[in-house]
Write a protein that binds this ligand. Structure first.
Ligand SMILES: Nc1ncnc2c1ncn2[C@@H]1O[C@H](COP(=O)(O)OP(=O)(O)O)[C@@H](O)[C@H]1O
Ligand SMILES: [Mg+2]
Length: 308
């Protein structure tokens, strides 16, 4: 579990992170979203004990950051993908990973097995003996991602894992992360790739210096946009808007793209009555679904709101 309590960091007079309060459960894939300069990288570096905080504190699996011997222990149980890969260019992909795994005391048999598994998943096994210097940006990024997992860490911090990757490489990396989340470790991802976060993460926080909102993408969508039932009829919906409007609980009823949209606080409770009223009025119902708001809708509402 990761917990931050009033965590903050200044660079000279500039506040990068302020009063950050977060809780990430064991085994969770957690996404940290926010605009450029929101303090995502700074937060991750504090949690991985790469830089010190200016205020507040945090624990990673029960150990306190910036306090010995806890911080040494945290460094030994976390894997980090930093902003820039930082590999040994003259060494092969295999050697890079081996070097790092040895540093973490991974034994030979485990090391070889793990490296092969990671390189195969990332589609770089065939290239393992080639020096990293000859690799494309995307390939280097993949090796750096493999490195973050090579010592089987309990907690992994990934700073923009698919930044700068072409769509195919980004897809491979997403598949890789989806496969590895099944191993049950905690994965903390910084990103501003909203689609990706929505697909990969159990819960997310949107931050700008401090936390603006936390929840699963679905919870956030409901919290910031409310809930809307979408009804499709085999005839034009215009003639039936009044039928639904006459129900005491259905205040906002409208037509959009030929569908009827009804804002409701508790759709599970109210949908049956709406369906019944429509049927009685002679409507032929084809579909009743929930309007899905994307994480982008939520993000724009929160960050757009801040900008104004
Ligand atoms: N080493 C540093 N020295 C000075 N300012 C920094 C340093 N690292 C980050 N900052 C500043 O802190 C703020 C947050 O940066 P960062 O954590 O990198 O944001 P993000 O990762 O969300 O884009 C930015 O204004 C950035 O310029
Ligand atoms: Mg960053």
């Amino acid at each position: 579990m990761i917990e931050t309590i009033g965590l903050g960091r200044k660079f000279d007079d500039k506040v990068a992170v302020e009063d950050l309060n977060l809780r990430v459960e064991d085994g969770e894939v957690f996404g940290l979203l926010g605009p450029n300069g929101a303090g995502k990288t700074t937060t991750m570096r504090m949690l991985a004990c790469l830089i010190k905080q200016s205020s507040g504190t945090a624990t990673v699996n029960g150990y306190e950051i910036n306090k010995e011997p806890d911080s040494s222990f945290i460094r030994s149980i976390v894997g980090v993908l930093p902003e820039s890969p930082g590999l040994y260019d003259s060494l092969s992909a295999n050697r890079n990973l081996e070097f790092f795994a040895r540093l973490y005391g991974v034994q030979k048999y485990e090391r070889e097995k793990r490296i092969e598994e990671l390189l195969r998943m990332l589609e770089l096994w065939e290239r393992r003996e080639e020096p990293v210097a000859t690799f494309s940006k995307g390939m280097k990024q993949k090796i750096a991602i493999a490195r973050a997992f090579v010592h089987d860490p309990q907690v992994v911090f990934l700073d923009e894992p698919t930044a700068g990757l072409d769509p195919q490489a980004a897809h491979t990396v997403r598949e890789f992360l989806l496969a590895l989340r099944k191993e049950g470790r905690t994965i903390f991802i910084n990103s501003h790739h909203l689609d990706e976060v929505e697909r990969l993460c159990d819960r997310i926080a949107i931050m700008n210096r401090s936390v603006l909102a936390v929840g699963s993408p679905r919870e956030l969508a409901r919290r910031y946009w409310g809930r809307t039932t979408v009804i499709e009829l085999s005839q034009p919906v215009q003639g039936f808007l009044e039928v639904v409007r006459s129900l005491p609980f259905a205040s906002k009823v409208r037509e959009e793209d030929g569908k009827m949209l009804v804002d409701l606080d508790d759709p599970e409770e109210r949908n049956p009555a709406i369906i019944e009223a429509l049927s009685r009025a002679g409507a032929k119902i084809e579909y009743v679904t929930e309007l899905r708001r994307s994480l982008e809708d939520v993000y724009m509402k929160l960050i757009g709101g801040e900008a104004r």
